[in-house]
Design a protein around this ligand. Structure first.
Ligand code: SAH
Length: 223
């Protein structure tokens, strides 16, 4: 049986779709995001399923939103820029630290496609449960959500081709470096909560990394 959608909700859905399209075109036309697969993933995942219902109307506003436990879902532009840097390919194994709402994990799942794998770690078990529910709601129950300390990584499913940290740390945890495959990338904001540097580490050999810097951002801390 079809569930009838009431008029105000229908109108809000149209507005959300327009705002989503606006962001997409802004990124594409400004050439800020040149990676088509990242743009496609953005179009495919309904961000409104990952924000708290009271903030639904701001789903495509380009700023962070509260998700409970004092945490936030990151600003869309930041999420998309990080994914572009991460350069995920279909079939890859990806580890995310800081599940939050599960939105970034959903985009990662779209990027690795059905042949890849996404594991995401969240220290707040309440958020981990909510994120699992959000991912199920988006039809992405294949994402592995683990409640635990992301600084330890998740050795059980290592090595990973890509690791993304979505909270600011003083340095990249050694466990994450160890669990990355040679040839893989880690993208992580490093430094103070406000004004941390977005770093990309390329693992060239078991103990060798080439690091590049990609601008300043604000993030909740990795604790
Ligand atoms: N990627 C998220 C937003 C991340 S906000 C999204 O798409 O919604 C950063 C998250 O990192 C928060 O949920 C916070 O609880 C989590 N976090 C902070 N320190 C952590 C740690 N040591 N291990 C795992 N998660 C951590």
């Amino acid at each position: 049986m079809e569930v009838p959608i009431n008029k105000p909700e229908k109108k809000q859905n149209i507005i959300l779709e327009q705002q989503k399209q606006y962001l997409y075109e802004f990124w594409k036309n400004s050439r800020m995001i040149r990676n088509d697969s990242v743009l496609e993933a953005f179009l495919e995942v309904p961000r409104e399923l990952f924000v708290e219902p009271s903030y639904r109307d701001q789903s495509y506003a380009d700023h962070p939103l509260p998700i409970g436990s004092g945490q936030t879902i990151s600003q869309p532009t930041t999420v998309i820029l990080m994914l572009q840097l991460l350069d995920v390919l279909p079939g890859q194994r990806v580890l995310e630290i800081g599940t939050g709402s599960g939105y970034n994990a959903a985009l990662l799942a779209k990027l690795v496609k059905s042949t890849g794998m996404v594991v995401t770690l969240e220290r707040h078990s309440v958020l981990a449960e909510q994120a699992s529910e959000n991912l199920r709601g988006a039809g992405l129950e294949e994402v592995v959500v683990i409640a635990g300390d992301g600084k330890l990584g998740y050795a059980e499913m290592a090595p990973y081709d890509r690791i993304i940290v979505t909270a600011a740390a003083d340095q990249v945890p050694q466990n994450l470096k160890d669990q990355l495959a040679v040839g893989g990338f880690i993208v992580a904001p490093i430094g103070a909560t406000h004004g941390c540097e977005m770093l990309k580490l390329y693992k060239t050999a078991p103990d060798h990394f080439q690091t590049s810097s990609h601008g300043l951002f604000s993030f909740v801390p990795l604790v």
